[in-house]
Design a protein around this ligand. Structure first.
Ligand code: KG4
Ligand code: ZN
Length: 362
């Protein structure tokens, strides 16, 4: 039995978790800063860093207490060091370095993007990440910072098949909420209000898909673009007389149609890529994977030949269980950080996850 401490501070959640053997989440403490950033309609890096500083010690205490362990019981510390907001990442990274140094523990460098993919496998009853039958796998990572289709081979090599040319899917939700004065983050509030609306009331554009009316250039077949749907929303709102004149059913219909356009594009592109790259499983991951309309569409339309993996909602948005869980695979393979490990705002996605193929079946 091995215990890995996971630490995550790449954006606006301070998170610490204790995960056993890459799978059993003993604790998953998350301190959210949403209220601090909400007045600005987005995350302010300096505010995030300050909030991480005050939250990180109590969040660690909570994670250890819930797990019923002490720092002396740990085998390694895994920490998100990229990609993300540098001031925010530095808090978690330096905190992790301090714990690792003072307790003589290996430090494991975690890529936030890969951790989101791993998060989809946490606490799944019948599916484990180290199951060779899942590979090659298509990961559809949809968050505030990413919209990417990544093929993961059985050697753990990630190959970027497509990404967004402008806004990420989560960003499209957040910016729509800003346009309509609905607060931050946009995803949850849009999902809630869209439930009362008609998803076919407004025909929002589906950029870079054949249904956009324009042929899609081959090089953009697996890429996304969400700035067009956001601009279409902006003009639609203006044409109706501005935000003040949009309420009740009109608002619900707009939101349901906007959400529908995003969900439609994500599912169509994902299934097209799955077929093209001949994968065996499709994994949905990242904060937008919380979205009920996306989950329903994905489940209802995913072709039966693929193993479909939908994360538990609590492991979609930023958390440290995904960091501690993935960290175990690195630790089993002896991949540990250099002492000078630094934070990075961006990382090339074509990296390799050192997957430990677990013989233990769920
Ligand atoms: O993965 P995440 O917590 O942070 C990043 O790594 O970016 O994702 C946050 C994003 C935000 O843009 C938020 O609006 C979106 O996920 N999100 C949702 C929902 N819950 C969170 N989008 C659509 N529907 C939701 N229910
Ligand atoms: Zn994230």
């Amino acid at each position: 039995m091995s215990l890995i401490l996971g630490i995550e501070s790449s954006c606006d959640e301070t998170a610490v978790a204790v995960v056993e053997d890459g799978r059993n989440v003993l604790s998953n403490a998350v301190a959210s800063q949403i209220a601090k950033h909400a007045p600005y309609g987005g995350v302010i890096p300096e505010l995030a860093a300050r909030a991480h500083l005050t939250a990180v010690c109590p969040t660690l205490d909570e994670a250890l207490k819930t797990a019923g362990v002490t720092l002396d019981d740990l085998d390694a510390v895994a920490v998100t060091h990229a990609p993300g907001l540098i001031p925010a990442l530095l808090v978690g990274l330096n905190f992790a370095k301090g714990i690792a140094a003072s307790h003589n523990l290996p430090l494991i460098p975690i890529n936030h993007f890969s951790a989101h993919i791993y998060g989809a496998f946490l606490e799944q009853d019948s599916i484990v990440f180290g199951d060779p039958d899942l590979f090659p796998m298509l990961a559809v990572v949809v968050s505030g910072g990413h919209t990417a289709l990544v093929v993961v081979g059985s050697d753990g090599k990630m190959t970027l098949a497509g990404t967004t040319l402008d806004d990420a899917a989560g960003e499209a939700f957040d910016k729509a909420a800003k346009i309509l004065d609905l607060g931050y983050p946009g995803g949850p509030v849009i999902e809630r209000l869209a439930k009362q609306g008609d998803p076919h009331a407004v025909n929002f554009p589906r950029s870079l898909t054949p249904s956009s009316g324009k042929p899609v250039a081959p090089e953009n077949r697996f890429h996304f673009s969400f700035s067009g749907v956001k601009t279409a929303l902006l003009y639609h709102v203006k044409n109706l007389g501005g935000v003040e004149s949009i309420r009740d059913q009109v608002l619900f219909d707009i939101l349901a149609s906007y959400q529908e356009a995003i969900v439609d594009v994500l599912c169509r592109k994902a299934f097209d890529a799955a077929q093209y790259f001949n994968v065996r499983s499709i994994v949905l991951a990242g904060g937008v994977a919380c979205n009920g309309a996306l989950r329903e569409r994905f489940q209802a339309t995913v072709p039966k030949r693929y193993r479909a993996v939908l994360p538990l909602k609590k492991y979609c948005t930023d958390n440290a269980a995904m960091v501690g869980g993935l960290g175990w695979h690195y630790w089993k393979r002896g991949v540990i950080a250099e002492p000078g490990l630094d934070a990075q705002a961006r990382l090339p996605l074509n990296q390799t996850i050192p997957i430990w193929f677990d013989k233990v079946q769920p």
